[in-house]
Design a protein around this ligand. Sequence first.
Ligand code: AMP
Length: 216
Amino acid sequence: MLSKNKVIFLGAPGAGKGTFSAMLLEQVKLAHISTGDILRAEVASGSELGKQAAIIMQRGELLPDEIVAAMVKSRLAQDDCREGFILDGFPRTTPQAELLKQALQELDNELDGVIFFKVEDELLLKRLSGRISCKACGEIYNRYFQKPAVDMICDKCGGELFQRPDDSIETARERLKVFYEQTEPLIDYYRQQGLLLTITEVEKNKAFAALLELLQ
Ligand code: AMP
């Protein structure tokens, strides 16, 4: 079977990259590298970098390319990444894509494909600004699409629900603007390299099955 398991998930915030990754990872063993998750862990640790990152993330802006690329490079050097990985939320700029190319070359590894999640802005904004999660167990809900039975209380554990600071409507708008200005050029960048595969909302279920087969 054809196997292409070193992939980038590219798409605006709220496009479903994280959800798709989580579903795939239940069935295939791949390293999941989410720069958003790495940075949130850094913020939670209270480190100096975490403090700086929190300010930038709350504004919906991007961290400096070199900092994020260095984090990804050290993660890619770990053994589990040789077998396959999903890069979720990285690269987000053309310089990051160039740094990634260089890092993979140095590690004697290479990219198989780039999956672009194409979603309308209106839906993205509702997904981002409606997203709430449980402080206790991390369960995710949405105020528009997946409401808890009792307002702001987790159905699963009764914990309190909260909104991520970077999911406020103002930050969500800024994050989309940043996506169009800085990340969208990567669609053509990877299309020109023959690596791009686009998935739309309508095709999502079909695409999931196809991807699962490809990533095995
Ligand atoms: P995410 O959960 O992937 O939407 O990331 C949350 C936030 O982390 C982003 O809005 C950025 O502030 C920061 N971030 C995540 N990935 C990157 C990246 N590749 N480059 C720069 N900043 C990033």
